[in-house]
Design a protein around this ligand. Structure first.
Ligand SMILES: Cc1cc2nc3c(=O)[nH]c(=O)nc-3n(C[C@H](O)[C@H](O)[C@H](O)COP(=O)(O)OP(=O)(O)OC[C@H]3O[C@@H](n4cnc5c(N)ncnc54)[C@H](O)[C@@H]3O)c2cc1C
Length: 416
């Protein structure tokens, strides 16, 4: 793998940037691999990378129906945090946040990681109780959550001028999560892809998988693609909102539904907010990008949907909530809006497991799954390679739905 450094940048600048190698290669598609990973999003690429790096399994093909990193990894608002509710969830996300912090060095790819803190603006007592409960759990697992006064919230977020004592929902206090940060989503996809390719993993773009194939013995045998049949003893489904479309081709039903989550950005403005602001009672959050744009998100649309744009009423609800706390933002011009797919399990926790079809693995239910990519990839690779779950992922088994052993999570911006 060509090493990226200030020296290589200078050397290539002097030679007109003609010496850069492609970040990953294109290979002919073989008819058999040891492992097929479906989906070149964050989770698929990270799984392929850790299979090669941690377990020496390099006969791996990642099959992507579009272009690498063009799915939800390109459509999210890049918030990375570990302020979860359950004992099962918090250590998993603490690990993922820690892996993210070392990812630039690990992959030799600039993630533009910015550990900038998230501040929850709390406006109701029930929400404060929920967050204080999180704090107790997070303390145990080494994550950070601290209560601050309303005055301190306003000092740290000067643009927050709404929510005064006469407002419908006055601000009560704030909760500060210093582990939270943001980074560049494209870099996560490209960095994992480049490092996986360097270890021998093949990435095949424009290769949609149309069906899974089961052998006579009931095990997974491979996949049908637009480019023909490809066999493998192990297949990982990492297709985000499209999981059930594929698993149903082998008669497997999963407790997932796909919903639409949206975001929008403003024109770039001067530095205004240096933390991630989350307003759970009002139902919106935002951060300011390095370019100066406000990156704003709200609650998911409650209906099942494969839309990739924003519904007008969802947009209006989010903007109305935002203006109640940040009235000066009414002058901002909004530049772009988009949506993406979330697959949500009934208990709002992920599913990472081998399915009832031996050799077929799924990683799904990632409705806030950007932050989970490093730990998700690492732990799923462990299961695929060793046949036993990594301790951090063990609670997220499919079997929990049979035994009613749910890991009931809640969102931070919305209840669900
Ligand atoms: C608006 C929005 C904001 C979000 N904000 C955050 C956030 O701030 N923090 C956070 O943690 N999470 C966030 N998320 C969630 C996060 O983006 C997803 O949970 C995560 O990206 C999903 O994992 P992935 O990257 O592997 O998915 P994807 O990038 O969607 O990867 C799946 C890939 O599978 C491919 N695929 C699908 N079907 C097939 C097929 N049949 N054959 C071959 N390939 C196929 C797709 O083309 C895609 O490239 C947000 C999501 C949205 C939509």
């Amino acid at each position: 793998m060509q090493r990226y450094s200030i020296l290589s940048l200078a050397k290539n600048a002097l030679s007109g940037h003609r010496g850069w190698q492609p970040a990953w290669r294109s290979h002919p598609l073989k008819d058999r691999y040891e492992v097929i990973v479906i989906g070149a999003g964050g989770h698929g690429l990270a799984t392929a990378y850790y299979l090669a790096r941690e377990f020496g399994i390099t006969d791996v093909a990642v099959l992507e129906r579009g272009w690498l990193g063009g799915g939800n990894i390109a459509r999210n608002t890049v918030t990375i945090r570990s302020n979860y509710l359950r004992d099962e969830s918090i250590p998993f996300y603490v690990k993922s946040v820690a892996l993210y912090e070392g990812l630039t060095r690990e992959l030799n790819f600039n993630m533009m990681h910015s550990k900038r803190t998230m501040i929850d603006v709390v406006q109701t007592w029930p929400k404060l109780r929920d967050l204080r409960r999180r704090q107790l759990g997070m303390d145990i697992y080494g994550s950070t959550y601290e209560r601050i006064t309303t005055e301190e919230v306003r000092r740290r977020i000067p643009a927050l001028t709404g929510g005064g004592p006469d407002a419908r929902l006055p601000i009560i206090c704030g909760m500060v999560h210093t582990d939270a940060g943001v980074n560049r989503h494209d870099a996560v996809a490209w960095g994992y892809a480049r490092a996986a390719d360097a270890r021998g993993v093949e990435i095949h773009q424009q290769t949609p998988v149309t069906a899974l194939i089961r052998g006579a013995n009931g095990r997974i045998a491979g996949v049908e693609t637009s480019r023909g049949t490809v066999k493998a003893g192990k297949v990982v489904v990492a297709v985000s909102g499209h999981t059930t479309t594929l698993t149903e081709t082998v008669g497997l039903k999963l407790p997932l539904r796909t919903m639409n989550l949206t975001a929008f950005v403003s024109e770039p403005v001067k530095p205004l907010v240096d933390v991630i602001v989350n307003c759970p009672d009002s139902g919106f959050y935002f951060s300011q990008s390095d370019k100066g744009e406000m990156v704003i998100g709200g609650a998911p649309d409650q209906g099942q949907s494969f839309r990739r744009d924003i519904k007008q009423h969802v947009f209006e609800d989010t903007v109305t909530a935002m203006l109640s706390l940040f009235p000066s933002f009414k002058k901002l011009k909004l530049m772009r809006q988009w949506g993406g797919h979330l697959d949500i399990a009934h208990d709002a926790s992920p599913i990472m497991d081998e399915t009832d079809v031996p050799g077929l693995f799924v990683t799904a239910g990632w409705w806030g799954g950007y932050k989970a990519i490093p730990a998700g990839g690492l732990t799923l690779a462990h299961l695929v390679a060793k046949g036993v779950p990594h301790p951090l992922m063990a609670p997220f088994t499919i079997k929990r739905f049979r035994h009613l052993d749910f890991v009931m999570e809640t969102g931070t911006t919305t209840a669900r």
